[in-house]
Design a protein around this ligand. Structure first.
Ligand code: M6R
Length: 625
C-alpha cells in the first residue's frame, strides 16, 4: 500500500530517497515524508500531505542535512492523509523514527499500555505505536543492559499483530537502518559500499539489481559495511541476493504519456513472454515445471477453486470457461475478499488457484490461507517473482508481464489470461481430455496472438480516441457480453469506472431483458462484445443471440459500440459504432477483446482530464483486508 525507500552509503541521500519514492508513488500517494540522520544537528524529518511533489518542494525550500535516511509515500488506512499523519513517525524524544507499510491490528491495546506509562501520541496512525514501543524497549532496558536498535526493534515487533514492513533509524544508535517484515513486501538492495531498503524493486532498480526479498519474520540491519539478517529472535540467517533481470527502463514510461498507455502497448510482449518456454509449437505439448503437482495429482483433482480480486477476479471468471471447456474439470470462482466468509467446502483432492498481479493482495492471501487450512494444495498465477502468494503456494505460474505501475491493471490481465489458457491446456493434456492434434492447433493459434494484439493496438487506438470525444460526457455506461466474453465486459466496466470515474456496469447480455433494459435511452452508451469464432458453432450461436439482445437495445435508442470480428458486416448495419478485432478461437478472443476496452477507458479518462495512473481513492497493491 505504501512506498518505503531507505539508503545508507556514499551518495547524497536526499536525491536517492526522493527519486526512489517517485518510482514507488504508485503504491500510495496521499502524503510523503523523509527522515535523515548522521549530521551534527541530529535527526531531521520533513513531511507533506498530498503528492510527493509537495515534499520535494518542502525539501528544496528547507534543505536537510544527513548522510543516511528513510522516506515514505502513504496511502491512508488509519488517520486522515494529513501532514501530521504522514510518515516517518517519531517517538516521544524525536530521536527515533519509523516508516511502515501495513496495519498494526492491536495498536489500540498497545497504545493504552504506552499512554499509561507516559507516552504522548501526536498522530491518528497505527504506525506511531511502533516508534513508542521501540522507545519503551530502550527505557525498560536502560538500567539492565545496553540495547542495540535492532534488538529493541526485535523485541517490539514480537508484540505487534497485523501486517508490517518497517524501516527504523535512531540518532542514538547511528549509521544504521533497521528493517523488519511480517506481511507486506520489503526488499534490500546491494550496491558498491551502499545498501538500500525498499517496499518494491522499482524504488531502487536504478541503483542496483542485486536484491534480497525479506521473508516474513526477517530483520535486516543495514550499515555502511554490509547487511546482517536475523529472525525476530535474533538468530542469524542467510539471505543471498538475486540478480534481477528487469531493465530499469522497463519501469519508466518510455515516452508514453502515462504508464497505463505504455503498459497497454506492452501487451504483445507480455503475452509472448508468458508463453515462452511453456508451449511446444511442434508438438502442442505444455510444460509447467513450476507447478510442482504431478500428472497423477492433476488427474485426480476433483475441482478447481479460484479466488482473486478486481481484474484478477475477472481473469478467474474467464479461466472457468477455459478449464471447464478444455479439461472438463469443474471450477468455482470467488471474490477472495468473500471466500473465507462462506466456509467453503474444500479438501485435499481440490486444487486452489490464486490469481494476483502483485501477489501481495491481503484478501487473496487470506483466501489462500483458508484453502491451505482445508488441506487444499494451492497454485499461484502471479506477476511478481517471490511475492507472498507464491511463497505459500505449492506451485506457481509467473506471468511475465514485467512491472505494472499504472493502478489500472492492463498487461497483467492479458498475461494472466495467457497463463490461465496454458494452464487449462496443460490440465487437459494431463487428464486426456484433448487430442494432440487439437492441442497443436490451439498452441499454433496462441502463438499468433502477440501479432494480433499488435494489430488491435494499431487499428483500434485511433477509433477509441474518436469514440472518447463522443462519449466522454456520458454519465453511465453498460458493458455486455455472453459466456467467456461476460468477464471481459466486467473488466471493460471496471477499467472505465476506476480511471474516468464514470459509473459503468458489466452485464451478461442475456440478462438485459430481466431488468437493465429499463435503463436504456438515447443517453446510455452500451458497449457490447459481439465477437465470434466462425469455426465453433457454439460461438456462432452465442453471437446470434447477442445480436438479438443488441436489437432490443437499438430499438430503445441505446447507443451501441460493438466489439466484433473483422469481416462482420452484419453488425455494423445494426449498431452505431463497431470496433473490429481479428478473429481467434473462442477461448483466446478475450485477450484481444479487452485491448480496445482498455484503450476506450484510457482515452475517455484523458479526455476528462483524469489522473490516469493514480486514480483517486485507489492504490496499486491492496495489502490490507
Ligand atoms: O495485485 P492483484 O492482482 O491481486 O490486485 C487485485 C486488484 O486489486 C486489482 O486487480 C485492481 O482491481 C486493479 N486496480 C484493477 O485495475
Amino acid at each position: 500500500m505504501c512506498g518505503i525507500v531507505g539508503y545508507i552509503g556514499p551518495k547524497p541521500v536526499v536525491p536517492v530517497i526522493l527519486e526512489g519514492l517517485r518510482r514507488l508513488e504508485y503504491r500510495g500517494y496521499d502524503s510523503a515524508g523523509i527522515a535523515l540522520a548522521g549530521s551534527a544537528s541530529g535527526l531531521t524529518v520533513h513531511r507533506a500531505s498530498g503528492k510527493l511533489r509537495n515534499l520535494e518542494a518542502l525539501v528544496a525550500d528547507k534543505p536537510m542535512a544527513g548522510n543516511y535516511g528513510i522516506g515514505h509515500t502513504r496511502w491512508a488506512t488509519h488517520g486522515r492523509p494529513t501532514e501530521e499523519n504522514a510518515h516517518p513517525h517519531r517517538d516521544c524524544t524525536g530521536s527515533l523514527v519509523v516508516v511502515h507499510n501495513g496495519i498494526v491490528e492491536n495498536y489500540l491495546a498497545l497504545k493504552k499500555e504506552l499512554v499509561a506509562v507516559g507516552h504522548i501520541f501526536v498522530t491518528e496512525t497505527d504506525t506511531e505505536i511502533i516508534a513508542h514501543l521501540i522507545e519503551q524497549e530502550f527505557l525498560d532496558a536502560k538500567s539492565v543492559e545496553q540495547l542495540s536498535l535492532e534488538e529493541a526493534v526485535r523485541r517490539s515487533v514480537r508484540k505487534l499483530k497485523g501486517a508490517f514492513a518497517i524501516g527504523v533509524l535512531s540518532a542514538d544508535d547511528p549509521s544504521k537502518l533497521v528493517a523488519a517484515r511480517s506481511g507486506p513486501p520489503a526488499v534490500i538492495g546491494f550496491g558498491k559500499d551502499e545498501y538500500f531498503l525498499a517496499s518494491d524493486i522499482p524504488g531502487i532498480l536504478h541503483h542496483t539489481r542485486d536484491i534480497v526479498y525479506l521473508q516474513d519474520g526477517d530483520i535486516a540491519v543495514l550499515t555502511t559495511s554490509g547487511v546482517v539478517f536475523t529472525d525476530f529472535d535474533g538468530n542469524t540467517i542467510s539471505r543471498l541476493p538475486q540478480h534481477i533481470q528487469w531493465d530499469p527502463i522497463q519501469a519508466e514510461k518510455e515516452g508514453y504519456r502515462h504508464f497505463m498507455l505504455k503498459e497497454i502497448h506492452e501487451q504483445p510482449r507480455a503475452i509472448r513472454d508468458t508463453m515462452l518456454g511453456r508451449v511446444s509449437l511442434t508438438t502442442g505439448k505444455v510444460e509447467l515445471p513450476d507447478l510442482k503437482l504431478t500428472v497423477d495429482e492433476l488427474r485426480r483433482a476433483q475441482r478447481v477453486a479460484i479466488a482473486s480480486c478486481g481484474t484478477s477476479w475477472h481473469a478467474g471468471l474467464a479461466a472457468k470457461f477455459m478449464i471447464e471447456r478444455l479439461a472438463r474439470l469443474p471450477v468455482e470462482v470467488d471474490y477472495a475478499s468473500e471466500f473465507r466468509y462462506r466456509d467453503p467446502i474444500l479438501g485435499a483432492t481440490d486444487m486452489g488457484l490464486l490469481i494476483s498481479q502483485s501477489g501481495e493482495t491481503a484478501d487473496t492471501i487470506a483466501a489462500q490461507l483458508e484453502m491451505i487450512s482445508k488441506s487444499t494444495p494451492t497454485l499461484a498465477i502471479c506477476n511478481v517473482v517471490g511475492a507472498a502468494i507464491t511463497r505459500k503456494a505449492f506451485g506457481t505460474i509467473t506471468t511475465n508481464a514485467g512491472p505494472e505501475i499504472g493502478v489500472a491493471s492492463t498487461k497483467a490481465f492479458t498475461a494472466q489470461l495467457t497463463a490461465l489458457f496454458i494452464l487449462a491446456l496443460y490440465l487437459a493434456q494431463c487428464r486426456d481430455t484433448i487430442t494432440q492434434e487439437e492441442s497443436l492447433k490451439l498452441v499454433t493459434e496462441l502463438d499468433k496472438l502477440p501479432a494480433k494484439a499488435r494489430e488491435v493496438l494499431r487499428s483500434t487506438a485511433p477509433v477509441c480516441q474518436e469514440l472518447a470525444k463522443i462519449f466522454s460526457n456520458a454519465r453511465d455506461f453498460l458493458f455486455l457480453g455472453r459466456g467467456i466474453h461476460y468477464p471481459i465486459a466486467l473488466e471493460g466496466a471496471l477499467k472505465l469506472k476506476e480511471i474516468s470515474y464514470i459509473h459503468a456496469e458489466g452485464y451478461p447480455a442475456g440478462e438485459m431483458k430481466h431488468g437493465p433494459n429499463a435503463l436504456i435511452d438515447e443517453n446510455l452508451p452500451v458497449v457490447c462484445i459481439a465477437t465470434r469464432d466462425e469455426n465453433n458453432p457454439d460461438s456462432v450461436l452465442k453471437y446470434e443471440k447477442t445480436l438479438s439482445n443488441l436489437q432490443e437495445v437499438t430499438a430503445r435508442n441505446g447507443r451501441v459500440i460493438a466489439i466484433a470480428c473483422e469481416g462482420d458486416t452484419e453488425i455494423s448495419r445494426l449498431v452505431e459504432h463497431t470496433i473490429y478485432i481479428p478473429s481467434a478461437p473462442e477461448l483466446l478472443l478475450p485477450i484481444l477483446e479487452v485491448i480496445p476496452l482498455q484503450l476506450l477507458a484510457y482515452s475517455i479518462a484523458v479526455e476528462r482530464g483524469c489522473d490516469v495512473d493514480q486514480p483517486r481513492n485507489l492504490a496499486k497493491s491492496v495489502t490490507v483486508e
